[in-house]
Write a new protein. Structure first.
Length: 165
């Protein structure tokens, strides 16, 4: 039944991600972990009242900032090494408000960018209108579905900055 559906819809199988394509995802996840820890320690620092705690939190935050630089640099070098990703980064950074971390997150969360058409990508990230019809009933067209990992951060910024050049 699944094969028949694929034939009718003319679906083509996608190749599994290579280790090189999976590496940015792992690095961005690590960067998320370090950033969350850094944010938690900043909150602790704001309520710390003794000099020893403040000094300790300062040392921990310095170590976390140093730890955050490693995945950022490695993601940047991976993007530079891949001609398709480098071209996409150049295009994405022309949009106001989109910089290195947003592009790295996009490349990690949606490695299919550049290999699928825009409709497929919109559906993957949950931005495509989905039909809610059944028989004679016509439901609302809502955006939803897609990958459930966190909100898709660049979209609201893109919507506010106006149409793409």
């Amino acid at each position: 039944m699944i094969v028949a559906f694929a034939r009718v819809k003319q679906l083509m199988p996608m190749r599994p991600s290579t280790p090189a394509q999976q590496r940015p995802t792992l690095l961005v996840r690590r960067l998320d972990q370090v950033t969350a820890k850094l944010s938690a320690h900043k909150n602790r620092l704001s309520i710390a009242d003794d000099a020893e705690s403040i000094a300790s939190l300062g040392r921990i935050m310095a170590a976390l900032r140093a730890e955050a630089r490693m995945p950022e640099g490695e993601v940047a070098s991976l993007i530079d090494d891949n001609p398709l990703w480098a071209a996409l980064v150049q295009e994405f950074t022309t949009v106001k408000g989109v910089a290195g971390r947003a592009v790295a997150r996009l490349m990690a969360d949606v490695p299919e960018v550049g290999t699928c058409n825009s409709k497929a990508i919109a559906k993957l990230v949950g931005l495509a209108p989905m039909v809610n019809d059944s028989g004679q009933r016509k439901g609302r067209r809502i955006t939803g579905g897609g990958r459930k990992r966190g909100p898709f951060h660049p979209v609201p910024r893109l919507e506010r900055s106006g149409p793409l050049p």
